[in-house]
Design a protein around this ligand. Structure first.
Ligand code: HEM
Length: 469
């Protein structure tokens, strides 16, 4: 996290601190009051206007301060718009940004959208002209690192150093879901980075041990993400996110500020997208899916995704190296394929990774169904569905349940499925890989701190193969 720059006027520092304290300590209480009906949308907007009034000129913010304010103003903007949309759905559909026009910032009473736009310029990130996944999740939640044993694999910074998470209401479930997103992104980044050299250059410069270690680490990270998904609904000692709060409150902040903008949502986690591109998701509509979320990304993220989309995928790199095609994999006899896996262990290692990726996708699908699609169907069937600012019959990026089913199926029907003629442990035995076992929640959380060697978190292939080969 960047240091506060000392040349900034003292008054600017002080007014920002007071404002930050309001956003983190008072705004959620007022938000909860709007949700329970004891405060009106216009009263909330009035309180927000008072808090915004003391902010310094946008130009008095260095890039770090600008990023912090983008997080905070993003939460205010989506709160004000959401509460106003709840009171007047027709106006919201006609003119989604209407309520933001009444917000003013600083002594010069700069219009909120103009100030926000200046902050984006100051931040130097190409952040969208509204809140976004990057600010709501990555910049907001505390810094996190992923570890394998004592080795730190990656760190995802925060723009704050107080270890806290800014939310819309005082409901703990909001903290938990923002934290979940950042935890998943951190482990996904670790997996993507550890496979990056193989994706970029194949395995010719790498010994067998390094190859095995890289894939085992990547699979361990995905097993961690999967466990975080599976256990999320259980919550922890702080509480849990209820389905009703997710449907009726949390996702309702993902409203439009402009007709064609892209509100924050899971599909903008670029580590997920990069993994889909790296693993070669076989879906003609995927390109369009990625283009749709482009407007919700930072400039650097857009570039990373664009570059990744034109690279040969990881399985293709490895198949080329082995002089094989997917058709070869499917048409080879068992003994031919077995000897190919012994000769080119990277193929089996990669297959095990793709299989785990499919299981992770299924775990996410389960969470999405549990928290949105299933309750929405139940409400429909009971005649209890009510119009909402963010419609509950599809995702924020307008993905339907069947679209998520299709994405999930595409991850399961990956390009190396032909290797699936054998059980996982048998494939692992053929290529000398380890099998990644399911992790407990404690083991998944332990990936965020340096610890003992992680070798006990996977199973030796030879021990579990039964020695068929
Ligand atoms: C309680 C937690 C979660 C729930 C209820 C949930 C729900 C959903 C829903 C309803 C959609 C459709 C969204 C749309 O149209 O914009 C979706 C899509 C998506 N979400 Fe989540 N999500 C959760 C957590 C996450 C996390 C932590 C990640 C990142 C690791 C993530 C990544 C994605 C991706 C990549 C998509 C696009 C669909 C796909 O590629 O399968 N989600 N999620």
């Amino acid at each position: 996290m960047g240091q506060v720059v000392s040349e900034q006027p003292y008054s600017a520092l002080r007014s920002r601190d007071i404002f930050s304290a309001w956003v983190i300590d008072s705004l959620p209480t007022f938000g909860s009051s709007v949700v329970d009906g004891s405060l009106t949308a216009s009263a909330f907007a009035g309180l927000a206007n008072q808090a915004l009034a003391d902010l310094p000129f946008a130009d008095d913010n260095d890039p770090d301060a600008a990023r912090r304010l983008i997080v905070e103003l993003g939460i205010i903007g989506s709160s004000v718009a959401c509460y106003s949309h709840r009171e007047n759905l027709a106006l919201a559909r006609r003119d989604p940004g209407h309520s933001l026009e009444a917000l003013r910032v600083g002594a010069t009473r700069t219009p909120f959208r103009a100030y926000f736009s200046d902050l984006i310029g100051r931040s130097g990130t190409g952040h969208p002209n509204r809140d976004a996944y990057a600010s709501l999740i990555r910049w907001n939640a505390p810094e996190m690192s992923a570890y394998r044993g004592v080795s730190r694999l990656c760190t995802v910074p925060s723009v704050f150093d107080d270890g806290r998470i800014r939310t819309y209401t005082a409901e703990i479930g909001e903290t938990l879901i923002i934290e979940l997103f950042k935890r998943c992104e951190t482990l996904e980044l670790a997996a993507n980075e550890v496979l990056q050299p193989i994706w970029a250059g194949g395995t010719s410069t790498m010994g067998r041990d390094e190859l095995a270690e890289r894939f085992a680490t990547a699979r361990l990270m995905l097993a961690g993400v999967r466990r975080l998904f599976l256990n999320f609904h259980l919550g922890d000692e702080r509480g849990a996110l209820s389905v009703d709060h997710f449907v009726d409150v949390f996702r309702q902040y993902a409203i439009h500020w402009d007709h064609d903008d892209v509100p924050p949502s899971g599909p903008q986690d670029i580590q997920f997208i990069l993994r889909d591109l790296m693993t070669d998701i076989q879906l003609p509509s995927f390109k369009r899916h990625v283009e749709r979320i482009h407007a919700g990304l930072l400039a650097e993220e857009r570039q990373v995704v664009t570059d990744a989309a034109v690279r040969p995928s990881l399985p293709r790199v490895l198949l080329d190296e082995a002089g094989l095609s997917t058709v070869d994999l499917a048409t080879m006899s068992d003994s031919e394929l077995a000897s190919a896996l012994r000769r080119c262990p990277a193929l089996g290692e990669c297959y095990l990774y793709l299989e785990l990726n499919a299981r992770l996708s299924a775990a996410h699908l389960m969470v999405a169904k549990k928290y949105l699609y299933k309750p929405n169907r139940q409400r429909d069937a009971a005649g209890a569905a009510v119009p909402a600012p963010v419609p509950n019959d599809k995702g924020i990026t307008e993905l339907t349940e069947s679209a998520l089913d299709v994405l999930n199926r595409a991850r399961r029907d990956h390009v190396m499925t032909a290797i699936g003629r054998w059980r996982t442990a048998e494939v692992a035995a053929l290529c000398g890989a380890t099998v990644q076992r399911d992790l407990s929640m404690d083991e998944a959380l332990a990936l965020f701190a340096p610890g003992e060697s992680s070798s006990s978190l996977s199973t030796s292939s030879l021990a579990s193969s039964g020695g068929t080969w």
